[in-house]
Design a protein around this ligand. Structure first.
Ligand code: S3P
Length: 171
């Protein structure tokens, strides 16, 4: 029994969801998005989960849903896109270690265009400029992303289908 075929990791605005969908179509595999699984499980959107249960509540749910997604018997066999913070819980990091993980790397300027004012992303809310927080998170999480990644790809140039194609060429 195996887990997901490919796991996509990276910062907010790296394009994990759109590239994941394209990659799954290319590989003819199912696609799962961890954030969408969390929303389905909670029955409400991510900003509501943060508002009612705090970041801690969201992280607990995220870790539980990820554990299920990675489970050898009940988990996904396809492409799994993670949320930007899903690797920060130590138990999740250990579960992911050694997996078929692709890091989508993106420069701040590109992420800024994609994220706009950061709508729908509570981790970027509350400040003047959402990219100040993005930068702090990127500095804190980057080393963890790079440590877990088996492959790294520049996801800042090119369309989602082009990045997906580059991933299949590389793997
Ligand atoms: C988060 C990233 C989001 C989502 C949640 C928290 C983070 O996913 O999981 O808002 O902590 O970086 P994306 O990376 O898909 O935006």
């Amino acid at each position: 029994m195996t887990g997901p075929a490919v796991i996509l990791l990276g910062a907010m605005g790296a394009g994990k969801t759109s590239v994941g969908r394209e990659l799954a179509a290319r590989l003819d595999l199912p696609f799962d998005d961890l954030d969408a699984m969390i929303v389905a499980e909670a029955g409400r959107p991510i900003p509501d989960i943060f508002a009612h249960d705090g970041e801690d509540g969201f992280r607990r749910l995220e870790a539980a849903v990820l554990e299920r997604a990675l489970s050898a018997s009940r988990g996904t066999r396809g492409v799994l896109s993670l949320g930007g913070g899903a690797v920060m819980a130590p138990e999740s990091r250990e579960r992911l270690r050694g997996g078929p993980i692709v890091l989508l790397e993106v420069e701040e300027q590109v992420a800024a265009v994609r994220l706009g004012r950061g709508h729908g992303r509570p981790m970027l809310a509350g400040g003047e400029d959402p990219m100040i927080r993005w930068r702090e998170l990127a500095a804190e999480r980057g080393p963890v992303y790079r440590e877990l990644a088996r492959w790294r790809i520049d996801a800042g140039r090119g369309t989602a289908p082009a990045v997906a194609r580059a991933i299949t060429d590389m793997m």
